[in-house]
Design a protein around this ligand. Structure first.
Ligand code: IPM
Ligand code: MG
Length: 379
């Protein structure tokens, strides 16, 4: 039976490692918004990874592929870990995260970096460095060296082996992701920093030229600066509060976003959104996932931090569900829970008591009730 067309379809795919544990908490949050805030959505849970592979021979079985295909938004948990050894590389690749990004053309990967003042004591960087950190990395996600051909490992006549990959960008690929950055900057502090390695790489020379041309043609109201990637890595650690929106290619974005995770205080807190092109109905395919991976060392223990996933739901509320007030509400609830001392192990200061994954979910749900109640009083 087809769902009524005003219903927004969300596929919930926990995946592997700590993915299912953190996603279960986000599911409760989504449920809360459906029930308490009347958001018309249908949640469809689907499996990914080793478990469906053992049952069906596919990490991404037909049912999951269908759920993702029909979804307006996908909430993704995590994939990979030691379990991977039981699944042959080819089967992994077929339904892997990279092929999903490519299949849905999810070219704009948004990774917001915010340092929460409540976590200053457990963060690896000094409090004064983290002050005022609030920026977004937009990483190009469907091209560059991750997808360039030719690629491979070959044996040379002298018996040595040679590995090779191809870094590549077309002007359209550069312009569409740069456009996302300029448009986002207009809703924020109006600053874009484009990161490349134009002193060495032709792809980066083209990157910089295209970004400058687009800026001059359509976005002269936005402040545009450029950094080489090595310097950008240093600046992110030295003074992360200088950035508003940073835009870069696939592999630079991969590396810089892990680096920037430390400028937020904790990897476990970081959400992300991967967005496809806007279709003729004004919709765009979107996959939301925490930036942390499957963390096999703590999987199954119920101690993972669900806030990266929960904050990914906030991004979904804002960007797919078009509910900015609800997104603000959820972010406020997370801040409230943290300010009241709720900590999972990864963000606990020495001596603080540690919540389980489920208890952190409870803390956010309680805070949601509290914050929403206060809003009603003021209304
Ligand atoms: C990320 C991850 C992935 C990437 C891996 C798991 C392939 O590190 O999303 O940042 O390199 O893109
Ligand atoms: Mg990465």
């Amino acid at each position: 039976m087809n769902a009524p067309s005003n219903m927004i379809k969300v596929a919930v795919v926990g995946g592997e490692g700590i993915g299912p544990e953190v996603t279960a908490q986000s599911y409760r949050i989504l449920d809360w918004f459906a029930a308490k805030r009347g958001i018309p959505m249908i949640l469809r849970e689907a499996q990914y990874g080793l478990i469906p592979y053992l049952a069906t021979g596919k990490v991404l079985p037909a049912d999951t592929a269908e759920a993702m295909e029909e979804a307006d938004a996908i909430l993704w948990g995590a994939t990979g870990g030691p379990e991977t050894k039981e699944v042959p590389a080819a089967a992994r690749k077929e339904g892997g995260l990279l092929s999903l990004r490519s299949k849905y053309d999810l070219y704009a990967n948004l990774r917001p970096i915010r340092a929460n003042p409540a976590l200053a004591d457990s963060a690896p960087l000094k409090a004064h460095v983290l002050k005022g950190v609030d920026f977004v990395i937009i990483r190009e996600l469907t091209s560059g060296i991750y997808f360039g051909e030719p690629r491979g490992i070959e044996t040379l006549p002298d018996g040595q082996r040679r590995g090779f990959n191809t870094e590549q960008y077309t002007s359209n690929q550069i312009r569409r992701v740069a456009r996302s950055a300029f448009e986002l900057a207009r809703t924020r502090r109006g600053k874009v920093c484009s990161v490349d390695k134009a002193n060495v790489l032709e792809t980066s020379v083209l990157w910089r030229e295209e970004v400058i041309a687009l800026h001059a043609a359509e976005f002269f109201d936005v402040e545009l600066t450029h950094l080489y990637v090595d310097n950008a890595a240093m600046q992110i650690v030295r003074e992360p509060s200088q950035f508003d929106v940073m835009v870069t290619g696939n592999i630079f974005g991969d590396i810089l976003s892990d680096c920037a995770a430390m400028a937020s205080g904790s990897l476990g807190m970081l959400p992300s959104a991967s967005l496809g092109p806007v279709d003729r109905f004004g919709r765009r395919k979107a996959l939301y996932e925490p930036v942390h991976g499957s963390a096999p060392d703590i999987a199954g223990k119920g101690i993972a931090n669900p806030l990266g996933s929960i904050l990914s739901v906030a991004m979904m509320l804002r960007m797919t569900l078009d509910r900015p007030d609800d997104a603000d509400l959820l972010e406020k609830a997370v801040d409230t829970a943290l300010a009241a001392g709720a900590r999972t192990a990864d963000i606990a200061e020495p001596g603080a008591s540690k919540l389980s994954t489920q208890e952190m979910g409870d803390a956010v749900l309680n805070a949601l009730e509290k914050v929403a109640g206060k809003e009603r009083e003021h209304a």
